[in-house]
Design a protein around this ligand. Sequence first.
Ligand SMILES: Nc1ncnc2c1ncn2[C@@H]1O[C@H](COP(=O)(O)OP(=O)(O)OP(=O)(O)O)[C@@H](O)[C@H]1O
Length: 686
Amino acid sequence: MRSTGRARAAGDAADGPRPSRAAELFVLLCSVGAALAAVAQPLALGATLDLLLAGGAPARWLLLSAALLLGELLLDSLTALSTGRCTAGWTAAVRLRALAGLLGCVPDRARDLTPGDVGTRLTLNAADAGAGPAARAALAASLVTPVGALVALALVDVWVALCVLAGLPALGLVLRAFARDTGASVAAYQRVQSEVATRLLETMDGAATIAAAGTAARERARVLAPLPELAALGRRMWALHGRALGRSGVLVPLLVLAATGVGGLRLASGALSVGGLLAAARYTQLAAGVGGAASLLGALVRGRQARARTLALERLPALVHGTRELPPDGPGALELRGVRVVRDGREVLRADALRIPGGATVAVVGRGGAGKSVLVAVAGRLTDPDEGEVLLDGVPLGALSREALRAEVAFAFERPVLGEGTVAEAVAAGPRSLSPGQVRAALTAAGADGFVRRLPHGDGTPLAAAPLSGGEHQRLGLARAFAHAGRLLIMDDATSSLDTATEHEVDRALRGSPRPGTRLVVAHRPSVAGRADLVVWLEDGRVRAVGTHRELWRVPGYRAVFGGDGTPGTRGGAGADGHGSGGTPAFGAGNTGAPTLGSENTRAPVLDAENTGTPVLDAGNTGAPTLGSENTRAPVLDAENTGTPVLDAGNTGTPVHDTENTRTPVHDTENTGTPVSRSAAEGARP
Ligand SMILES: Nc1ncnc2c1ncn2[C@@H]1O[C@H](COP(=O)(O)OP(=O)(O)OP(=O)(O)O)[C@@H](O)[C@H]1O
């Protein structure tokens, strides 16, 4: 990749809030304080007892014991409070960073993540991960009690302390086994949870299909299918907990018994006082309380596994932008040089020396999976090519600042995400700040003004209160793209839900706009390709040919893309003229040789080029030839300079001549032997 921009490498985390460690430290201090107060109490109580037995005045020791008890209670309360704050802060931070990673990533790199999986990572996993730091602090503090108790025990009686010390490794082993086994189960549990969520969301997405097919019972079974595994994993985790508690439940009393026995012997020998024995028994219990760390350890392990899942979102590769600006008033000329895009080890796009003249409307055409979306994503830098570079007005896209890129390149999609707020706010959201008049103009250009006017509060209607059809939703997305478009507007299937008449109106409005710019339109309908100045025809990820629709239409393979030669094609099947029937009956379609009557709204007759040899006229309202239509100032075909591969005669090795410039006939040797035009000059075949 030659562009100066680069994707954020795996391992670099997304930017986002990072809570200070202060909250975690506060939890640690409070927990340690409470533990120390607990550790000091037996000493004070033992001393009080000894003083009482000796007939002394234990008032000071009693006060100290009470103060220690109160202190422990107070610190425990503070620990609980600060744990809540710490967990909430970390959960929010983990969630926001994961969200920033997700929203900032190269869009097609998040393709494998299902909504259910993302939802689980951002909710359950983020909450578990957020609980991790407080659990870590509490776990560290929980070690203070047994260690402190052991030290205090050594002060009271070293033999009792040695007895407890000998038993502690067994407790340590129990905890280690618990942490190891529970880690694997927790990871599997979180994975299955996300699988259930994914299936549930898929079902909600396909609710209409399920209702229509009457497959609700089957769907329910499918959603719940992972439940037995989830239940088994849950049971396993409880079993591991139970086993750890059971083992420590046996070990701890045994240890206390042994230590009390040693203490009793020391009392009998006069080496230990009664108060000392009381303190020793209590300290033995506290030291053996290391088993109580099991639940904290469980929370820590769960937090670690969950954090790994949220980090995967944080570290999704993101686009890194440069600092360059575009030359002012550039026409929006695009060039793809040596571009290669590889996905899952497979080359999904190769485009070299593909030049798109500034100001032209260019249709990107090809069968499903041919690479149209990948091409326009690369052209507007939604993703970077693995090799090669894309230049806009001579500047590599990767070198552009984010602001310059997004101000000059606008996208409209098949299913736009409009967000919340009102209709006007949805259209206004973007890199430019728009006046209400500009918003209204964009709505008009997108053919959305009519239905928006009929909404209860016009464009001030909240989207949530505006039930929109697929086409209306799409038109708002178009309006937003139009409103913010700079020198390049990319429409990826963005008019698929529009009827052909509206689509034509939108096209006309765009062409009449004062800032026409370059338009790259993924087209499934021949009517759209027919209105474009130039068509880039993709096949299996390669540029098969570039030319006008009229020229390309003579190649059977091109017609087949639209189902135009009897082959099942994609949406919006073509009339025999290749401009799309648009629901209007086409006469003379097929091989009759009879003229085809104008498709979609047309008054002008369209002649069947295939059978008559007569040039195909614009199926729009003008009767003018399609080539270089309407408002484009830019030359449609850059015959001199492009070097762009144009009309492949079917990989036959047959020379292709530039008929635009030479008037030499070009033969489509692939299937028909029918003369075919070629529009732009280049020496090499694609
Ligand atoms: N992120 C990705 N991971 C794996 N494969 C991908 C990815 N993006 C695209 N592809 C593959 O690249 C090929 C081209 O995809 P693309 O979406 O560009 O096709 P298309 O021509 O737009 O198809 P359609 O008309 O059906 O939308 C397809 O085979 C697709 O599966």
